[in-house]
Structure formats: C-alpha cells, structure tokens
Design a protein around this ligand. Sequence first.
Ligand code: 0XW
Ligand code: MG
Length: 368
Amino acid sequence: MSISEIRVYSIPLAAKSTYNMSNSTVTTPMSTIVEVVDADGTIGYGEACMASPQFQPAHNAGIVSSLSVLAPSIIGLDPTKLTVVNAAMSSAMTGHTEGKAALDIACWDLMGKKLDMSIVDLLGGARMTDVVTYHVVGIGSPEYAAGEAERLQNEGITRIQLKAGGRSIHDDIESIHAVADVLRPGTDLAVDTNRGWSTAEAIHVSAACSNITMSMEQPCATEAELHTVKAHGHHPIVVDENSTDIGAVARMISSGLADGFGLKITRLGGLTAMRAVRDLCMATRTPMSSDDAWGGDIIAAAGVALGATLDPQFSRGAWIAHPYHQTHYDEENGPRIDDGFVTMPSGGAGLGLQITEGQFGDPVAVYR
Ligand code: 0XW
Ligand code: MG
C-alpha cells in the first residue's frame, strides 16, 4: 500500500440554529475534507472543521493551507504505518494539528477498508454499542436555557453542556440556576465558558451555585487560572482548551487539576494521538469526552468510534455537530443522535460511511 494522491475539499456547514459560546457565535464554518487515495484506488476520508476562529488557535482557511505542506510529506508512504505517517507530518510542520488530524483519520479509514475492519475494532473494540452524547445549550436568557434543558431531556438527553461567559456573571448564575431547577435525576450538567471567566468570576459563580451538582468546563483561559479556581471553587474542573497534547493532559492529571477532559481529535492531531490520550485517561480513571469543534459525518464517525472504546464509567460522551447543522454526507449511515445516544455508522469497514466519489464537488487542491 502507498498513498498516491491526496485531494482537499472545502464545504460549508451552516449552523441551522443559534450556536454561541462566550467568545463567538457559529455561523457557517467551512469544513476541510481530505481524500487520501491508495495506489489501488481505495479512498480514505478525513475531516477537520473549526466552529469559529476563536475556539482554538486554528482557522479553517489555515487548515487548507497547512495541507500544502502536510499532504506532500506523506505521499508515497504506507497509510497503515501510522507512526511513520505521523512522524513524517511532524517533521514537515510543527503544530497545525487540525490538518494532521484530517490526514491521520483518512489513513485510519484506509487501513480499515484494506483490512475489512471498523475503526472501532482497530482501536481495540467497542465497550458500548451506542455512545452517550451531550448536548450544548447556547448562551441566552434563563427562560431559554431552562426551556432547552426541558426539551432536550424530553428527547432522552442525559448530559447537558450549558454555555456561559462573555456577559455579566449574574446572567450566567441565573441561567445556571434555571437549568438546575429543571434537571431530572440522572441528568449531568457541565457549565462551559470556553475560557470566558476571570478567576474571580469563576470563584464567584461557583460560590453562588455551590448547592448545584455540576462541573465547570474550562472556566478560565490558562492552566494556572484553573488551579486557582480548583483551589477556591466548589465544583469539579473539566479541562477542554488547555488539553492540547498528551504532555499537558498527563501534567493536569498528575497535578490533580483535571477532574475530566473535553477532548478534540483535531486539537490532539488525529485518532493516533487521541488513542494515546484515551489510554492515559482510562489507565488513570479520568473521565473524558470524544468530540470535536464542528464538522460533518467524517469527524463525527471518528469521534463516536473512539468514544465507543471508552470505559463507560469514564466516558463523558461523544459530541457531534449534526444536530446544529443537520447535514449528512451519508444520509443512511451518518452518525445521528437517538434518545440521547449517538448511533454508530454501519456502512462498512473503516469509518463505516458510504461516500459517493465526487459528492464534495471540485477539490481546492490535489497533491500527487
Ligand atoms: C461543545 N464542543 C465540543 C463543540 C464546540 O465547538 C465547542 C466544544 C466545547 O466543548 O467547548
Ligand atoms: Mg468545551
């Protein structure tokens, strides 16, 4: 096997409902899709898509641009030799984990297709058949937040991520209490500010909500700030944006800072890197999610595949963007949410998707 061609596509994934975070509102992110073509014509698919330029230090146009360096670095390599492929990309470019992730996922898809195995099985096998998910409630009034929480629980959702930050903390506190008032037994609440609060604000909110069972996800911007909040707050800390690589994850586990992680495949650099972080989290009994910033069926299938291999006790769920853009690349097999769980694609080996060649239009770049 050897990679003979890489085709890059850029397609819009418009948010169908308001989706806002403390630092940004999601409108129409452009998703980058890659086709990694083996010498025998078999195609592996990968994807990376940022929800906004503020969420993590990456930009959708930058992902396309990074592939002008990354794609040529793996032409001619065996896509099943993932260590070699990732070493070649790291040698060619520092950082730019999003473009690396798209190519890495495509190599996993190719490997599955060549071995006639699902990525779930290549990752060690499913510990659950349908994967629990969590749903985001965007920033809004207390009435809006409580109404969304009610609606979602009626649809079977058992994990709610309430966005906060970017406004008066008194508005955040009111929304948190309004959601807490309608939470049913068994529904978990995470309040995610995407780095939006100062330490003083986070400590104030935690004190004002000390009677509420919830976690605080990435309440502040830096690891040092999170330590301060951990020391003076009342709630478990889930680390998202600071979980940039396995070294940072290991440090935040060993220091006792992280009570859990919100992990993104594209921020870590792909399924190969995410698998290593998964093994570290499972070995240290540290809860983690398996998700990404935005994107369609390809990144969703990768996230739910990894999510299925987690120990259920330490799974914070797999998040997919489909409910917010309602677009499928594979209408029949694309991951969707049913009664609070993400369904696994069942369209065959690799990612389990059936994608029609050419359905993404003309490539924006081709590398041979
Ligand atoms: C909810 N997510 C997984 C998707 C959004 O892009 C941000 C992210 C989060 O947890 O912050
Ligand atoms: Mg988060």
